[in-house]
Ligand binder design. Structure first.
Ligand SMILES: *[C@@H]1O[C@H](CO)[C@@H](O)[C@H](O)[C@H]1NC(C)=O
Ligand SMILES: *[C@@H]1O[C@H](CO)[C@@H](O)[C@H](O)[C@H]1NC(C)=O
Ligand SMILES: *[C@@H]1O[C@H](CO)[C@@H](O)[C@H](O)[C@H]1NC(C)=O
Ligand SMILES: *[C@@H]1O[C@H](CO)[C@@H](O)[C@H](O)[C@H]1NC(C)=O
Ligand SMILES: *[C@@H]1O[C@H](CO)[C@@H](O)[C@H](O)[C@H]1NC(C)=O
Ligand SMILES: *[C@@H]1O[C@H](CO)[C@@H](O)[C@H](O)[C@H]1NC(C)=O
Ligand SMILES: *[C@@H]1O[C@H](CO)[C@@H](O)[C@H](O)[C@H]1NC(C)=O
Ligand SMILES: *[C@@H]1O[C@H](CO)[C@@H](O)[C@H](O)[C@H]1NC(C)=O
Ligand SMILES: [Zn+2]
Length: 439
């Protein structure tokens, strides 16, 4: 029975504006090849000149890859015609969805996130976060709860959504200087646009998760579209960066059981957030920078009052524009003063192997806060894919392996970095790019 109630509609309307950054995302659609050849000086970490960082470039390892992916920034993504591997995987997953979630191809929301006319029956059978803030799907589905609170007390789980942003060097340099790692929720379309910036996240030892291909409201999509949004983002991160993430965050937090089942079948744990800085919202609805500073301050004050004495929290931040990045930089000392620990989600969850590729080893929580290198010893019991119904991360990830990754693997000698993340030696990226430029 469908029952519309005023309260549900109102909550829905408000919810359309909750979450990250849909109103501000720059929808670049380059439509055709970049005509500027990548010059590594452009995005060299030391270069914080935004015009230079954000000048479009062509990246040779990806030159022939675009036909393998959906068009960037076209909502929503769909299976690429002729991609039989993706189609076969989708068919399997679609059957699982049909079995686990009744009425399973019925989208909930609307593409633009306007829920005013949407009637959602009371009872929240679908654990639709946008409507009810539900984060605990029914046990019968075999899904892990969404991640919002963190097990470790007085801990700020640090993540940035909507990257890679072309102009992120100032932020990433700041993180580097402070030996601070974060979880980066990357948009597939941005990875296509700014591959070198995406690779920097890996090289800096950050933890990368999926944030969809085109940043839609996921519950508005068909099963195939949900699959495509996640699958191709995972694939392009694998091709460009060389790692396959095992976590994701739904844009606007818009997730329900149907979407969760599809993500879980792709071995992606669902990371939501406990508190939103609303950094993304400045400029909308008369929200000012001072409002956002106040939001940070509220969380910081709550920490001082012992609100996180038994568990930590995941906080929503963005690398979407100068303000969101600069505001974080300015608040960082205050956060540090109020919280015992500021950690990436990988450390917060002891995801010591957060990628399908088992040769990337991250610090456990204890190692991260002690500043000791990743040992990998705790890996077996704390697999990154613990949020998925199907268990541990595996290797069924498709075959895309980019020229960047192969060039890197040809030359790489692995060594633990000072930060304790095992990754290719620093020179490798430059070598790979230099080689690419010769092609
Ligand atoms: C996926 O499954 C749903 C039913 O659960 C069905 O309506 C839809 O046609 C299927 N999609 C494809 C592409 O097979
Ligand atoms: C923004 O502020 C102006 C002036 O106070 C007001 O007229 C307008 O309704 C406000 N807009 C929103 C979306 O709150
Ligand atoms: C954090 O978010 C919760 C809801 O998830 C809310 O009840 C609480 O007031 C928020 N705390 C702060 C400090 O903003
Ligand atoms: C990246 O950040 C710049 C500001 O530094 C902003 O103008 C731009 O819209 C952002 N791009 C994307 C794709 O988020
Ligand atoms: C924001 O812009 C200002 C002025 O251009 C610049 O000095 C600052 O480094 C930028 N911050 C970030 C985090 O990009
Ligand atoms: C991480 O590992 C430490 C040490 O084994 C343990 O105390 C802590 O509870 C673990 N945290 C999580 C989220 O598993
Ligand atoms: C998910 O992980 C399982 C277990 O490792 C693996 O068998 C499966 O192929 C993975 N699925 C995908 C879609 O990567
Ligand atoms: C992990 O293995 C892949 C494939 O062999 C390789 O390309 C990559 O450089 C390795 N990374 C690390 C950190 O060892
Ligand atoms: Zn987002």
């Amino acid at each position: 029975m469908l029952v519309a109630t005023a309260s549900i509609s109102l909550l829905g309307l408000a919810a359309a504006h909750i979450g990250c950054s849909g109103h501000n995302i720059a929808r670049r659609n380059i439509g055709g090849e970049h005509n500027v050849i990548y010059d590594k000086r452009q995005v060299d970490g030391s270069n914080v000149d935004v015009a230079a960082e954000c000048a479009p470039y062509s990246y040779a390892p990806m030159a022939n890859s675009k036909p393998k992916y959906p068009s960037i920034w076209v909502q929503p993504a769909a299976l690429v015609p002729g991609d039989t591997e993706a189609a076969a995987l989708f068919a399997t997953i679609n059957a699982t969805v049909a079995q686990k979630v009744p009425n399973s191809n019925s989208p909930h929301g609307t593409l633009k996130g306007d829920w005013a006319g949407v009637n959602y029956p009371p009872g929240d059978a679908d654990c639709w976060w946008t409507q009810t803030r539900c984060t605990t799907p029914a046990a019968s589905l075999g899904l892990q709860p969404d991640i919002t609170n963190l097990p470790e007390p007085e801990t700020w789980g640090l993540g940035f959504d909507d990257g890679p942003n072309c102009s992120h060097n100032a932020l990433y340099n700041f993180l580097q200087t402070n030996n601070q790692k974060a979880t980066m929720f990357f948009i597939g379309s941005n990875v296509i646009d700014w591959p070198v910036q995406a690779i920097r996240a890996r090289d800096d030892g950050h933890h990368i998760c999926v944030h969809t291909w085109s940043h839609p409201y996921m519950t508005a999509l068909t099963n195939e579209q949900v699959f495509a949004e996640l699958y191709y983002t995972r694939q392009v991160i694998k091709e460009v960066v060389g790692v396959t993430p095992t976590c994701w965050r739904p844009p606007y937090g818009d997730v329900d059981n149907r979407v969760r089942v599809i993500a879980s079948a792709l071995n992606l744990s669902n990371v939501l957030w406990k508190n939103d800085t609303f950094d993304w919202s400045v400029g909308t609805n008369n929200i000012t920078a001072a409002d956002v500073t106040n939001n940070y301050q509220k969380i910081i004050t709550a920490a001082g009052q012992g609100q996180y004495a038994t568990q930590g929290l995941t906080v929503l931040n963005h690398e979407i524009n100068n303000f969101t990045m600069q505001e974080f930089i300015e608040q960082y000392p205050n956060i540090k003063g109020a919280f015992k620990h500021i950690v990436p989600l990988s450390a917060a969850m002891n995801w010591t192997h957060p990628y399908v590729e088992q040769n990337y080893t991250f610090q456990s929580f204890d190692e991260y806060v002690a500043g000791t290198p990743a040992s990998g010893a705790a890996a077996a019991s704390s697999d990154a894919a613990s949020g998925s119904a199907s268990g541990a991360a595996g290797s069924g990830t498709g075959t895309a392996s980019g020229a960047a990754a192969s060039a890197a693997s040809a030359k790489a000698s692995s060594k633990p970095s000072s930060a304790g993340v095992t990754r290719p030696a620093a020179g490798v990226l430059v070598v790979a790019i230099a080689a690419a430029l010769l092609l």
